[in-house]
Design a protein around this ligand. Structure first.
Ligand SMILES: Cc1cc2nc3c(=O)[nH]c(=O)nc-3n(C[C@H](O)[C@H](O)[C@H](O)COP(=O)(O)OP(=O)(O)OC[C@H]3O[C@@H](n4cnc5c(N)ncnc54)[C@H](O)[C@@H]3O)c2cc1C
Length: 866
């Protein structure tokens, strides 16, 4: 290590400075040393341990089984250490980290009792200058903040708190010598995990215990005891496979992936699964049994209520039980807690719950905590008020990046990161488990190792190539921010006022902080970034500059999952099959879909077509008794595939959302019946429905058409033909990713030729089956080619970003508008040709379908006004 002089103080020149000596900082030091980087760790505590150094309150223990919440980087270390319990207590985890520090002789490279006060980037030198509160200055190429997601305690902001003359304790800064509460009147403020773990033990000593609760939490018995034998057995049999499975799992702990939604289970099965999860005593147990717990409010409420029943059974006093029942957020959207005898503690005569929702604290005095209607004399106050999570410790250091930008200012409205690892404007600054990474939603031991490994490999890569600087690009960071929010938006997480949302800290922006896409998906994404030449990073140094700019995840997260699942099925390309084979395959795939929402009634019927009867299926809304507006719907399938029920989930969804009767009409298919058979049938069906509105339960004058893909084509064509024929009158047209033109050279065809289910090859196959090249410019198959689009019904056109048909849909919307038709165009970001129709599978499509239904309602409302 070179030591130079600068100004009045010495400046240590290092390759890397790591802040924090918890799980993350220790392993980071290990990897940096192994790679030969001159490194120092700075830590404000006087020993290693991080979380497990500071949180010494009674009952402090982990809530991920310690078989899994452990380092996995060294088999020898694993062989040497045996955990005594399923959930080890704080002293044991601290001993473990101290053991690790001794084993690898970390302490000589850690400067304890040293707080990092500031870090400033020197752009000319491509180095960071770190200042500590002791006035030390260090200069380093790589600055790594392993400062912890839950390390900056949240200050209690209660009027008069500083006046209290009795004993004051913070669970997150517990005295090393312990506290004896015997015979004392104690107040615990806060009922998050730390409060819930400590309350039963404090109650054992205190003469009186008051628990001040603002928000009740869902807590379940940990059933702590010896380490689970099944896990120990698996580890003994094949440790590497066990660890690798955890790394490739959704939360960093191997758990079964549930298939059944709550609604799919019978009452008995639900109860059985619930009781199993309860007995298992693991945070992830519920998510492993109910597929839609974090996606479906109703499903969540069913399980939440079962949980509340348990609380009512355990707590004797009904009023206290009710106050302990969480009711205003879905279960699991705040971190759930594991406890030992928490609820039973409230049955003890000297323990009392004070519900701050009803009786807020007005002030703390020298000797009491006063609510608006009562004064409680206490000897000691324990603050279990949580943390300024995920961003707190990062922005509490005065970090200044390029052009004087501070991290605090950049993140004033919420953090922006690329992969939760780096942030634009702060080159060479890495965060371990930063916001935008799975972090607190996972087994953090797994996530920490993954981040540290990524950073260490990255630094070695840069050094090997003569590069000394790395920074994400704006494009990559903006794309990642978007992806992080897209992932959260399809869950119930944003509903809760949780610390995941920053909601526990007054003034903190309300933004979902971690990445909920899963540890497995996230790891694969980080690996892909590297494989694609550090996609989204600018790398530079004496050896030159390289930047492979781009966004790593552009499709919606659930669409991405569907595409992956489809790829795993390894299905033949439809265009390589005969029409009969393709039909059989799509029918088989369709059978596996969720059915869509319940409708009031489904009726099958027949209507006369130009060349024989056409079948239809009618969906009536659940809202009795009608009449309702009617939508004539045409299914997709490139004029070759599908039938009246092939788009059933979508039809049900539209029926319920738009509160309209949906008549899904079959039509003749190619190649048996080529152009213009489908178009003729579609128009005939519209005419027939218009003539039978009342018999079908419809409202005269409230008839619209809709269709998806080739069905969108037929709907558009039917509107043109109705206009030209002088009727029937249609109040609106909904064209979902419609086929409007035969030109297959537009950009969207080129960009999305392969990979998104509907390929350019498949479109060619459809066209070839349906229409000869000579007739393809006919507006009855290419409605965009109609010379005049005026006087057509108002339209909603939905196009999807990753769809070969995107540009022709947009072109049709523009052409309609140019000819004076009222048009609304939705360009669905991150969606494919098929994804918005995947009801119950692609949740991000729900908002699109809600807009479609809204448009239909508007069409009908406008018709009524007219
Ligand atoms: C009570 C409790 C129980 C938990 N249980 C679990 C569990 O069961 N499973 C799980 O996955 N996770 C759990 N966690 C989360 C836990 O924080 C992580 O698992 C893990 O310990 C984090 O390690 P870390 O090294 O990233 O951060 P930390 O352990 O928080 O270490 C960060 C260190 O950085 C130091 N530091 C911060 N800022 C500065 C600065 N400016 N200057 C100098 N030093 C600084 C801090 O003093 C601290 O020692 C729990 C957290 C708490 C609070």
């Amino acid at each position: 290590m070179a030591v130079g002089r600068e100004g009045n103080g010495s400046v240590e020149e290092l390759d890397a400075v790591v802040v924090g000596a918890g799980f993350a900082g220790l392993y980071m030091l290990h990897r940096l040393r192994q790679a030969g980087f001159a490194s120092t760790v700075l830590e404000s505590a006087d020993d290693v341990g991080g979380t497990w150094y500071w949180n010494r309150y009674p009952g402090a223990r982990c809530d991920i089984p310690t078989t899994d919440y452990t380092y996995s980087f060294d088999a020898e270390l694993e062989a040497e250490w045996t955990w005594s319990e399923k959930y080890a207590a704080q002293p044991e985890i601290l001993s473990y980290l101290q053991y690790v520090a001794r084993k690898y002789d970390f302490r000589p490279d850690i400067r304890f009792s040293t707080r990092v006060a500031s870090a400033a980037w020197d752009d000319a030198a491509s180095r960071w200058t770190i200042k500590t509160d002791a006035g030390d200055r260090l200069s380093c190429r790589w600055y790594i903040m392993a400062t912890g997601c839950l390390s900056l305690p949240k200050e209690p902001d209660i009027l008069g708190a500083e006046r209290f003359a009795g004993e004051v304790y913070y669970t997150s800064r517990w005295p090393h010598e312990g506290v004896d509460f015997s015979g004392k009147r104690v107040a615990v403020i806060g009922t998050g995990s730390s409060g819930i773990q400590s309350i039963p033990l404090i109650a054992k000593e205190a003469s009186q215990l008051l628990v001040f609760q603002r928000t009740p939490n869902f807590s379940m018995p940990a059933h702590n005891g010896p380490a689970p034998t099944d896990r120990l057995k698996q580890l003994a049999e094949d440790r590497d496979a066990y660890r690798e499975n955890a790394r490739r799992s959704a939360a960093g702990v191997t758990m079964p992936i549930p298939v059944e939604t709550v609604a799919m289970l019978s009452e008995d099965d639900r109860r059985r699964r619930f009781e199993e999860a309860w007995e298992e005593g693991e945070l992830l147990a519920f998510g492993a049994r109910f597929a839609d717990l974090l996606a479906n409010r109703e499903a969540n409420e069913t399980i939440s209520e079962m949980f509340r029943q348990k609380i009512r059974e355990m707590v004797d006093d009904p009023k206290t039980a009710e106050a302990l029942c969480p009711t205003d957020y879905p279960i699991m959207t705040k971190r759930m807690c594991l406890d030992t005898d928490y609820y039973a503690t409230f049955n003890q005569p000297h323990v009392r719950l004070v519900n701050l929702r009803k009786h807020p604290i007005s002030t703390i005095t020298e000797s009491s905590i006063d609510t608006i209607d009562e004064s409680f004399e206490v000897d000691a106050i324990v603050y279990a008020t949580g943390f300024d999570a995920m961003t707190g410790a990062l922005v509490s250091v005065d970090v200044t990046g390029r052009h004087g930008l501070t991290l605090k200012r950049k993140w004033a409205h919420g953090p922006h990161t690329y992969l939760g690892l780096m942030t634009v404007g702060f080159p060479n600054l890495f965060m371990i488990t930063g916001p935008g990474s799975p972090s607190v939603l996972s087994n953090m031991a797994v996530s920490i190792e993954q981040h540290v490994d990524w950073v260490a490999d990255c630094l070695a890569h840069l050094r090997d190539r003569g590069l000394e600087r790395i920074e994400p690009t704006h494009t990559a960071e903006t794309g990642w921010d978007q992806h992080v929010h897209d992932c959260a938006d399809i869950t119930l997480f944003p509903v809760a006022n949780s610390w995941y949302m920053g909601a526990n800290v007054p003034g903190k922006p309300r933004v979902f902080l971690p990445y909920v896409g899963g540890v497995d998906v996230y790891r694969a994404t980080c690996e892909e970034v590297v494989e694609r030449g550090y996609l989204g990073f600018q790398l530079s140094g004496p050896a030159g500059t390289q930047c492979n700019d781009g966004v790593i995840r552009r499709v919606q997260p659930d669409v991405f999952a569907v595409l992956n699942a489809m790829a795993e099925l390894d299905l033949p390309l439809l265009e390589t099959l005969s029409p009969a084979e393709a039909r059989a395959l799509t029918t088989e795939l369709n059978a596996a879909r969720p059915p869509g929402p319940e409708v009031g009634e489904i009726v099958d019927g027949e209507l006369p077509g130009p060349a024989g009867h056409l079948e239809y299926r009618l969906y009536r809304p659940p809202t009795a008794p009608g009449p309702h507006p009617i939508v004539v719907y045409f299914h997709g399938g490139g004029w070759v595939l599908g039938d009246k029920q092939s788009d059933e989930p979508l039809c049900r969804d539209l029926c319920v959302r738009a509160d309209a009767v949906v008549v899904s009409v079959d039509y003749r298919h190619a190649p048996e019946h080529r152009f213009p058979a489908a178009a003729d049938d579609a128009f005939a069906a519209v005419k027939w429905v218009a003539a039978h509105v009342q018999e079908l339960g419809g409202i005269p004058g409230e008839l619209a058409v809709a269709g998806w893909s080739a069905g969108g084509n037929l709907a558009a064509v039917a509107c043109q033909r109705a206009r030209d024929a002088g009727g029937p009158d249609l109040v609106g047209q909904v064209l979902l990713t419609p086929l409007t033109d035969y030109d297959m050279t537009r950009s969207s065809y080129v960009e999305n030729a392969d990979g998104y289910i509907l390929t350019a090859g498949l479109m060619k196959w459809f066209w070839d089956h349906y229409a000869d090249p000579a007739v393809r410019a006919d507006p009855r198959v290419s409605p965009l080619r109609a010379g005049d689009l005026s006087a057509l019904p108002p339209a909603l056109v939905v196009t999807c970003e990753f769809d070969p048909l995107r540009d022709e849909g947009i072109a049709y919307a523009k052409a309609l508008e140019a000819d004076g038709v009222q048009v609304r165009l939705i360009t669905a970001r991150g969606h494919t040709h098929t994804s918005p129709t995947m009801v119950g599978v692609v949740l991000s499509g729900a908002s699109i379908r809600a807009e479609v239904a809204g448009a239909l309602r508007q069409f009908f409302a406008a018709a009524v006004q007219a």
